[in-house]
Design a protein around this ligand. Structure first.
Ligand code: ZN
Ligand code: ZN
Length: 209
């Protein structure tokens, strides 16, 4: 039997390996804080402390739609609530309440999933999909919070962190040829970009590239 998120072999029957459970738990604990921080990144450059904005006689910069989408209904909150509802349904429970501000709903959904993480890891049939989707979501949030202006996307970070895959989106910043993961700090020299971009890394044959 293998982990349904990373396919590593398991010692005992379960849905997730210990490393994927740890990664999922850490991401669920970090996502509410990331959600709050995203509010300070709604305008380009807003988080960099460029000085007293009121003194600058230029129109306000447009709102970053990618940040707005992540914070709105249908974004981060919907992914977390969707998985919480699927988990509760699988346990034979009714759907969770979705009340209050989006901030409160994010906190409630993440907490509801963490409180059931042992059951999820052992018995939830959707655990693998859930772990992968939450990993992608956390990577997207981390990339939006990365203040460095960046351009070309070369794929997701393939670094292993204690058996778990980092998964943060990687981009080539302006004027450099070094790609560094904004989440775990792994460096990717240019000769590895094509491997990342094609996803060959995920296949066992590409692991040594
Ligand atoms: Zn795993
Ligand atoms: Zn990384």
């Amino acid at each position: 039997m293998n982990c349904t998120a990373c396919t590593h072999p398991l010692d005992a029957p379960a849905q997730l390996c210990p490393a994927c459970v740890r990664g999922l738990d850490v991401r669920l604990s970090e996502l509410p804080g990331q959600y709050l921080l995203l509010a300070t990144h709604l305008r380009p450059g807003a988080a960099r402390g460029d000085g007293p904005v009121a003194l600058v006689r230029t129109p306000p910069l447009p709102v970053r739609e990618d940040v707005l989408d992540m914070r709105a209904e249908g974004g981060l909150v919907t992914v977390l609530e969707g998985w919480r509802e699927a988990m509760q349904q699988a346990r034979g429970w009714g759907p969770p309440a979705r009340t209050g501000s989006i901030e409160r709903r994010v906190v409630a959904a993440a907490r509801g999933l963490r409180m059931n993480i042992e059951w999820i890891a052992e018995s939830f049939p959707g655990a693998g999909d859930m772990a992968r989707e939450i990993r992608h979501l956390a990577g997207q949030a981390a990339a939006l919070l990365d203040p460095a202006p960046s351009t070309l996307s070369v794929g997701d970070c393939a670094a292993e962190l204690g058996g778990d895959i980092c998964g943060a989106p990687l981009r080539v910043p302006h004027g450099t040829t070094t790609v560094r993961c904004c989440r775990c700090g792994t460096d990717y020299p240019p000769h590895l970009w094509m491997t990342l971009a094609t996803g060959a890394w995920a296949a066992p044959a590409g692991a040594a590239a």
